[in-house]
Structure formats: C-alpha cells, structure tokens
Design a protein around this ligand. Structure first.
Ligand SMILES: [Cu+2]
Length: 690
C-alpha cells in the first residue's frame, strides 16, 4: 500500500522536477546577461541531479512492486522505460555536456549581454529537445496512471501512446530547430512565440473538452439494457459462444441450447418445511441509547426477523412491499440458492414495487451463518435497515443447550461506529457459567469490522458459514470480518465476565452470570490470519489443479466517468459497469480467479452462488484449514488466488460488497454459457441492483 502511494508520488515528483527543468532551459534565451544564464544553467543541472535521483527512486519502488506481483506494475514499467528512462538518458548524453560547457565558462564582465553565438547554442535542439521530451514524457505517464491505468498494456494502446509521444517530440524538434536558426539572425521572435503558445493552448483545450464531453456521454447507462452486455472474457478457456441481442431477450447463446434465469428456480411444488413472510416497510426504530432512526425494515424491525431453518429444509419466503417506493428484493448472501431465487433486481427478477409480492423457494443446503438483504438500490437500502440473519442449523441440532447469539454489526448513522444490532452502548446479558456459546458475527457494513473477545479463550469455528478444520484456541486475537462476511466464534462460558467489543467503539456486549460485573480488560492482539489458522484437510482442488478457466480481476482507481458523472472510480480491469468484463464459464468448469488490489482501500469481493476456496495470498500458499469464502476482503497491495467449481448455472453478480463502490459501477458478472435473462437495468427501468 505504501509502495503503491510512493510509486505514484514518484511519478508526480518526476513530472514537477522535469517540468521545471524543461521550463527553465527553454527560457535561457530570455535572460539578459551571460552571468544570469550561467547561474540558471547551474540551477538546471542541480534539477537534473534531483530528477535522476527521483528516477532511481521510481525504479526502486517499481521493482519492489514488481517483486510483490508483476500485475501491480507491468504497464507502468513498460511505459516509464519509454516515456521517462530513454528521454532522461538522452538528456544525460546530449544536454548535460552542452550545459556544462556553458556553466564552466569564465565571464569577465558580469553585465555582458548574450551574443548571437550564445543564443544559437542555447536553442540548439540537441540541448533543449531531450529536456522537453522528459517533461512531456513524465506528464504523459502521470496522465496515463491517473486516467487510464490498465492491468495489461495492450500492444495497440502502447503503439498509440508511442506514436503520440513521437509526434509531439517531432513537433518540438521542428519548433526548436526553427528557433535555433532564427536566433542566429534576429533577436525578437516574441510575437511568433505568443502565436505558437496560444495556438497550442487552444488546441489543448479543444482536445481535453471534447474528450470530457464524449467520455461523459458514452459512460451514460442507457434507458434499458441487459446486465449481460459486458465484454466476454473466457478466462483462456475455449470460445464457444456468440454474443448477441435479440429483441427483449438478451442472450448468451451456447451450442444452441439456452435457458432463462426464470427457469433456474427452486422447487415450485412441495410443502415448505419453513415458511416466512417478510414485509418491507418504513418504520422509526430506536437504538438502545434512545436515539431514533428512520429505518427501512422487514416486518417493522431491523435487523429483520432472524430466519432459522434446518439443513435441507424447503424454505419459502414471501416478500411483500408495503411502502418502499423504489422497490425491494431479497438476496440470500452466501447461501448458494438457484439463480432465479438470488434476488438481484434487473438480473434474476424485477424489483418488487409497493403493493406487489414475490415468493422465493429453495432448499437450504449449506449449514451456517448467512444473512439476507435487499439487492435493489442496495447501497441505500441495506444502510437503512433492509437486512436480517439467515441461520441454517444442522438437520438435528445436537447441542440444543448451546447459547446461539447472532450479532449483526451496522453503521446506523455517520458516527463511524458500528452498533451490534441496535446496541450503540454497552449491554449486559445473563449467561450461566459452563454453557457452550456461539457468537455469529455478521458484518453488514461497507468496511471490515474488528471484533475482540476478552476474558476467555475461544475458537473461530466457521468463516462465511463453513466450519474450519481443527481451529486452535485464541486469546485476544483481532477478528477482522470482511464487509458482508461472517465469523462464528465458540467457547465455554467461564465463571468471570466475557466482553465482546466492536472496533474501538463503546458498543459492547458483556456476558456474565448475572448480566453485570467488571468488564475484563480489552487486550488488542494481532489479527487472526485465516490463511494460517486451523489444520489442512483434503480439498476437492488446489493450486496444482488444472483449471478450465483462469480470470484476473485487477482492482484499481482511475479518474473518469460513471453514468455521465466525473470522479475517482474504483475499477475492475480498468473499467466500471457496464464496461467491466463478463467472466464466461460452462457448468462443471474448475475456475481460478486472481484478485489484485492496486488501489488504496480494501475491497470485499463477493461472488454470488458459489463458495470460493482461498489458494494463496501474495504468493504464500494457504496452509491452515481449508478457507471457503463468499466475501473475501482484499486489502491494498494484496494478491489472492481463489478457486471454485462452476456448479450452479446462472448469471451471477461478482462485485465489491462495499455497496457504495458497487453503486459506482464496481460490479461484473459470472455468466454460464447459454443462460439468458429477460430482466433489464437502466434509467427507464425500475431496477437498480446496487
Ligand atoms: Cu470496493
């Protein structure tokens, strides 16, 4: 992370230093006396020295980044060698000897004005051009790294960049040569210079503003579009499909057979084992401090009702929208339901508008801690309270005496502190010593949340619903749960009180025999690293497997447009929706995905419909318990390799679960060949999945 910032800072400083050097050297001519010229030249040589040191610094930061992962830096390395290194070398070869000659000159009369020979010498292209080329090259690299970062420099782009660079250098050379010739004879070309400058400024303004208008226009999301219009990426697998739009039905057609997401649903018949109705409605709720929130709720409460089912149950949930004008859905976060039950508006269903209802039916096959939330306008709706816990217990709950406590952290307001459910202060709870206890920690926020458990040794027994193998006892470990992620924590209640604290807030839960007692001291230990925690166990695939598809998701920032608005974008492979790629798979494929975070903030990567097995981080192979996740926090500077089996046909969201980022286009899709969707997004539709 520091390296990424340092590398960008180097680009910026290089641009500043070489820009000043270029400016000063092309203004030598306007200086009145020989002595002024000499001191100015000495200053320029010092700037060169700083510039070369910066270049060395840049080479160091780039090499360090490259050693962490070639994907962090490959494009900048190629660019900087052409745009910066070569021009700087030519400065050292051509400009410096000439400048040194001027700097070493003996001047007898300090007030002596420049003569014609001097002027010709100062304006020779061999002296000035390399310096101007560095100035332009560093400017170009700065612009490219801010506006057009790419995970891999395509040859066509590289050629265009080089052609622009060569063209500008050529023009500068012509200008400089003319200047050199004319300087030999006359001493006043100011009128013409002014003309040149105004012409190029005008041209610059025209180019930049037309780029601005065109990019803004072309980034606008159309009135109606399929979410499956992204550029297809076959992950080096066989290309077997053709992409086309067909009236209202946008299809990705495989070998002739297609299936709609509306047919990829759970059992439509059969008596449900568990049946719920969730009604979305506006309601003012109260935090335990007394402050009130104008919330959007399921059944008038937030978190919504805790839905508890047993493994294998046929679950039927009817969603009714009472008064949420924008429409709502329910997404079963982490539970791999059939695609048509996944609750993504505009992809697997239309948003459910006020007065309407929608029924979800599926078998709850995966035991563990999950949650549900609206996937319509989700950045706003989840924040306002449209979420709840979805807990799948084993077929027969063996340890019925276990105290099972769900804690959903949530930022209700802009205090920047997460409440535990509605607790924004300390609350005591009575737990009899000796009872087994399970905390299900569910992070509904947009950022990772840290938990500390004090006063007891404990185990993290499951992550994202999946049990860990042989987890060891922990003490004071910081549990950093990804946005959207879940940790199950288990322990036997001791005689003395136990404190669960959330981040640095005062929103704590105190467990003790009588619900009171002295709070144990909070010792903040190191972060628990799931890559190393627990014991290995055989997994169905691993790093050595032969993968049918391999995808790369480079996470980065750039300045650009999303839906017509300019800003700093969070990008996948240099793009935001709808220009992000579609990862194409076939049922049965073994898929590897590499996440590379080149940005400055963490991004929790959430894949719908599948569990990802973490294979490695920053080249280090996972050596603890198998770590299955549906929401993986990727920190700045981290590279994760994950794998999954494509065993749940459909078109699935694969997005950042910082829902604000997702709303700004940080989404893409995993699409099975031959699956189609009749649903659409766009300004003329009701659907806003994020
Ligand atoms: Cu993000």
């Amino acid at each position: 992370m520091i390296l990424i910032i340092a590398d960008l800072a180097m680009i910026f400083l290089l641009f500043v230093i070489w820009g000043i050097a270029g400016y000063r050297s092309s203004h030598l001519l306007s200086l009145p006396t020989k002595s002024r010229v000499r001191s100015s030249v000495r200053g320029i040589i010092v700037l060169f020295g700083i510039g070369v040191l910066l270049l060395l610094g840049k080479i160091v930061t780039s090499s360090l980044l490259a050693s962490k992962g070639w994907l962090f830096i490959q494009d900048t390395i190629i660019l900087q060698s052409v745009l910066v290194v070569i021009p700087i070398v030519s400065v050292l070869v051509f400009s410096v000897p000439r400048l040194q000659k001027i700097a070493r000159r003996e001047i007898t009369n300090l007030e002596q004005p420049m003569d014609v020979t001097d002027r010709a010498a100062f304006s020779t292209p061999a002296l000035i051009l390399p310096i101007q080329a560095v100035g332009f090259g560093t400017a170009m690299e700065l612009i490219l790294s801010l506006f057009f970062p790419a995970q891999s420099m395509e040859w066509s782009n590289l050629v265009i960049i080089l052609m622009i660079f060569a063209a500008v250098t050529g023009v500068l050379w012509v200008i400089q040569r003319r200047r050199g010739r004319t300087e030999g004879h006359s001493d006043n070309r100011q009128g013409q210079n002014l003309l040149w400058i105004s012409a190029s400024v005008l041209l610059g303004i025209i180019v930049v503003s037309s780029w601005f208008v065109l990019s803004s226009q072309s980034s606008r999301i159309p009135d109606r579009m399929s979410m499956t219009m992204g550029k297809m990426d076959f992950g080096r697998g066989a290309v077997t499909t053709e992409h086309h739009m067909n009236g209202m039905n946008h299809t990705v057609s495989g070998d002739g057979k297609t299936v709609s997401v509306t047919d990829l649903v759970g059992p439509q018949t059969g008596v449900p084992d568990k049946k719920f109705t969730l009604t979305a409605l506006k309601k003012t709720i109260q935090l335990n401090s007394g402050s009130t929130i104008d919330a959007w709720t399921y059944n008038g409460q937030s978190p919504g009702p805790e839905l508890r089912v047993n493994q294998g149950d046929l679950v039927e949930v009817t969603l009714v929208n009472k008064d949420i004008d924008e429409g709502v859905t329910i997404h079963w976060h982490g539970q791999d339901v059939p695609n048509g039950e996944d609750g993504v508006s505009g992809l697997t269903q239309d948003a459910v508008m006020p007065g309407q209802a929608f029924t979800y039916r599926f078998h709850a096959n995966q035991v563990g801690s999950y949650w549900y939330h609206s996937h319509q306008q989700s950045s706003e709706q989840v924040q306002k309270g449209l979420f709840g816990a979805f807990i799948v217990e084993p077929k027969e709950s063996l340890q019925s005496e276990t105290q099972d406590i769900v804690v959903m952290t949530h930022r209700w307001n802009d205090t920047n502190e997460s409440a535990a459910d509605l607790l924004d202060t300390l609350e005591g709870r009575k737990i009899a010593p000796g009872s087994p206890l399970r905390f299900r920690l569910i992070n509904t926020d947009n950022k990772p949340t840290s938990f500390f458990l004090s006063g007891v040794k404990f185990k993290v027994s499951a992550i994202d619903g999946t049990d860990l193998n042989a987890p060891a006892d922990l003490e004071n470990a910081r549990l950093e749960v990804a946005a959207g992620g879940r940790y199950d924590v288990t322990f036997i209640m001791p005689e003395q009180p136990v404190l669960l604290s959330i981040g640095s807030s005062a929103n704590h839960i105190l467990l003790s025999a009588d619900g009171n007692g002295a709070t144990p001291e909070v010792v903040k230990g190191p972060v628990l690293d799931p890559l190393l925690y627990g014991s290995p166990k055989t997994t169905p695939f691993g790093l050595d497997s032969r993968f049918d598809r391999e995808f790369v998701m480079v996470i980065d920032n750039k300045l650009g447009f999303f839906d017509g608005k300019f800003g700093r974008l969070h990008t996948f492979n240099g793009e935001v929706f709808p220009n992000t790629p579609m990862f194409m798979v076939k049922e049965g494929d073994l898929v590897k995905t590499t996440f590379v975070n080149r940005s400055f903030v963490p991004h929790p990567m959430h894949l719908h419909g599948h569990k990802m097995l973490v294979l490695s981080r920053n080249g280090k192979t996972a050596s603890g318990s198998p770590w299955w996740t549906d929401t993986l926090n990727v920190n700045p500077g981290e590279i994760y390799e994950v794998a999954f089996r494509a065993d749940n046909p459909g078109i699935w969201m694969d997005h950042c679960h910082n829902l604000i980022h997702a709303a700004e286009g940080m989404t893409l899709h995993l699409a099975y060949e031959g699956v189609t969707t009749p649903f659409e997004v766009g300004h003329a539709t009701i659907n806003k999945p994020e």
